[in-house]
Design a protein around this ligand. Structure first.
Ligand code: Q9C
Ligand code: ZN
Length: 360
C-alpha cells in the first residue's frame, strides 16, 4: 500500500521527558520514524513516484484541524515555543529546554478566563506533564495532520488503503488539549474531513496500547463516527481517567463508542478475541471508511506497555483488518521499542496486502 511520509516529523525532537522525578531520555523520538522509513524503503509500501517511494503530503491548510480543535488551542500551540523562548530569553536563558506544563485548573477552578501567564496556559491546554513541547512541535504536528489528510485523499482517489508514517502521535489530543506525546488528533481530523466530503459513517479502530481518550471525547455524543478501542485497562494504564468499558457514548452517540480494556499482561489470545469483537461491532455499524489508530506499543518488547504481541501477531492484525473490506487508512500512533517499530508496522502492512511475513 502507499505510504504518506510526514518528513516534518523531525522538527519535533524532544531529548528528555519527566519520569519518576527525573529527566529521562524521551521515548517518543525522531528515531522511531527513521526505523519506520528504513523498514518500508524498498518494499511495495514505498513504491510511489516521489520522495524515496513515499507520498509527499499535500497542504490542506489549518481549516480541517479547526473542524476538530478549538481555535484558541491551535493558536496557542502554534505560538507556544516562541512565547516560551522569549520568556526564557528575558530571564537570560537563550537555549531553553522543552516546555512542560506544571500547573492545571483542578475541578472547581476557572477555565473560562484564559490566563496571560504562559505556564498557566500550558496547563489550561494540556492533560499531563509527559509531553515535551519543543521548537518544532507545531510544524511536526501540522505536517502529520496534512499527511493524514493526504492519505484520506488517496482513498478517495481509489486506493484500497494507505499508511501514514508520522509522529508525534495524535490520539490523546483532545479538542483543546495536548498530552500523551500528542498535539493534534490526526485520526479525528481525517474522520471529520471524510464526513465533510460526504461520508455518512466513519469507523475508527484504535489498537494502540493506550486508550485514545482524545478521539473518544471528540466524537462521544455523535452517531456519525463509531470509535472502538482495545487498550490496557485504565485502572492501571495511561491515560487512567478514560477508557472504561461502561463508556458507550452519550445522547445521539449512545451505542457508538466501544471500549475493550484488557488487564496489563493479558495474553495475546485475549487481545485477538477483543479485536474480533471490535470488528464485529464495526461491521454491524456499516461505515464507508475504516481509520485505524495504529499504535504498535502492544509489542512484547515495548518499554512502557504490557501486552505481548510479536511480529507474526502484527501480520495477523493486518490480515484481519483487510478482511473488514472497507477503504482503510492506517495512521501511526505509539510504539516505543524503537528498533522494532518499523518491522512491526511492516508486518501489519504486509498482512493487510496479503504478502508473507518478511524475515527480520
Ligand atoms: N515515562 C502514545 O502511545 N506516559 N502515547 C508514559 C512513561 C504517557 C503514550 C510514561 C504515555 C503516552 C500515543
Ligand atoms: Zn500508546
Amino acid at each position: 500500500m502507499k505510504t504518506v511520509f510526514n518528513a516534518a516529523h523531525a522538527a519535533h525532537a524532544p531529548t528528555h521527558e519527566i519520569f519518576r522525578g527525573r529527566l529521562v531520555p524521551a521515548f517518543e523520538t525522531p528515531a522511531r520514524a527513521e526505523f519506520l522509513v528504513a523498514a518500508l524503503q524498498g518494499t511495495t509500501h514505498a513504491a510511489a513516484s516521489t520522495h524515496d517511494g513515499f507520498v509527499v503530503p499535500r497542504d490542506f491548510g489549518v481549516a480541517p484541524l479547526a473542524r476538530v480543535h478549538a481555535g484558541a488551542y491551535l493558536q496557542f500551540i502554534q505560538g507556544a515555543w516562541d512565547e516560551w523562548a522569549a520568556e526564557a530569553a528575558s530571564a537570560g536563558n537563550t537555549d531553553p529546554g522543552a516546555a512542560f506544563p506544571a500547573v492545571w485548573p483542578a475541578p472547581g477552578m476557572r477555565r473560562d478566563v484564559v490566563p496571560a501567564n504562559f505556564a498557566a496556559r500550558m496547563g489550561l491546554y494540556s492533560m499531563d506533564s509527559g509531553t515535551p513541547l519543543t521548537a518544532g512541535s507545531w510544524a511536526a504536528a501540522y505536517g502529520g495532520a496534512q499527511a493524514t489528510l493526504t492519505g484520506l485523499a488517496l482513498l478517495r482517489e481509489g486506493e484500497r488503503s494507505a499508511y501514514v508514517l508520522t509522529r508525534p502521535p495524535g490520539h490523546h489530543a483532545g479538542v483543546d488539549f495536548f498530552g500523551g506525546y500528542c498535539f493534534v488528533n490526526n485520526v479525528a481530523i481525517a474522520a471529520q474531513a471524510a464526513l465533510d466530503a460526504g461520508a455518512a459513517k466513519v469507523a475508527i479502530l484504535d489498537v494502540d496500547y493506550h486508550h485514545g481518550n482524545g478521539t473518544q471525547a471528540i466524537f462521544y455524543d455523535r452517531a456519525d463516527v463509531f470509535f472502538a478501542s482495545i487498550h490496557g485497562d485504565p485502572r492501571t494504564e495511561y491515560p487512567f481517567y478514560l477508557g472504561h468499558a461502561d463508556e458507550r457514548g452519550a445522547g445521539a452517540g449512545l451505542g457508538f463508542n466501544f471500549n475493550l480494556p484488557l488487564a496489563a499482561g493479558s495474553p495475546v489470545s485475549e487481545w485477538f478475541a477483543a479485536l474480533d469483537t471490535a470488528l464485529t461491532a464495526l461491521r454491524t455499524y456499516g461505515p464507508e471508511l475504516l481509520i485505524v489508530s495504529l499504535g504498535v506499543d502492544t509489542f512484547a518488547g515495548d518499554p512502557i506497555s504490557h501486552f505481548g504481541l510479536l511480529r507474526p501477531h502484527f501480520h495477523e492484525l493486518g490480515q484481519r483488518l483487510a478482511t473488514f473490506g472497507r477503504p482503510t487508512l492506517l495512521v501511526q500512533e505509539g510504539g516505543y521499542a524503537t528498533a522494532d517499530v518499523g518491522l512491526n508496522v511492516r508486518a501489519v502492512l504486509d498482512g493487510f496486502d496479503g504478502l508473507a511475513l518478511a524475515p527480520d
